[in-house]
Design a binder for this molecule. Structure first.
Ligand code: FES
Length: 142
């Protein structure tokens, strides 16, 4: 009885440098790698915690908070939250500065934040595109 043949993996050097490219390709490659960086950063100031977190532009606010040990949830939210899908409304934050640097309000936020001030957002729905100051666990009424 014959067993199946084993595929042998072809080894490649993995080296992919400009020496293997045509002159036009090499020039293009250089200009792509040396052009001014499109990377934009955003700093997120968590006011209550007195912490500033740096993030790439477009970062999710809930993710950056959790990644940096910032507690977004009250007791109830800790026990039961939707995991960032905009369904539970427990990740509410108040944006005290830089609201213009955030992604537009989503339908989930419109639904969940009806009784909150306009400056409140759901952290899980927010993408940060510039500097912003955030108050976590804001009081329900001001
Ligand atoms: S985590 Fe549930 S709405 Fe943000």
């Amino acid at each position: 009885m014959q067993t199946g043949s084993e595929d042998s993996a072809t080894a490649t050097s993995g080296a992919n440098n400009d020496a293997n490219l045509q002159p036009e390709q090499a020039e293009m490659s250089k200009s792509e790698t040396t052009s001014p960086s499109a990377f934009k950063s955003a700093d997120i100031k968590f006011v209550k915690e007195d912490r500033i977190v740096f993030a790439a532009s477009g970062a999710n606010l809930r993710f950056k908070a959790m990644e940096n040990g910032i507690d977004l949830y009250t007791f109830g939210g800790k026990m039961m939250n939707c995991g960032g899908y905009g369904q539970c409304g427990t990740c509410v934050v108040d944006i005290v500065e830089g609201a213009e640097n955030l992604s537009p309000r989503t339908e989930a936020e419109d639904r969940k934040l009806k009784k909150r001030p306009a400056s409140c957002r759901l952290a899980c729905q927010v993408l940060v595109n510039g500097s912003v100051s955030v108050v976590t666990k804001p009081a329900k009424s001001r």
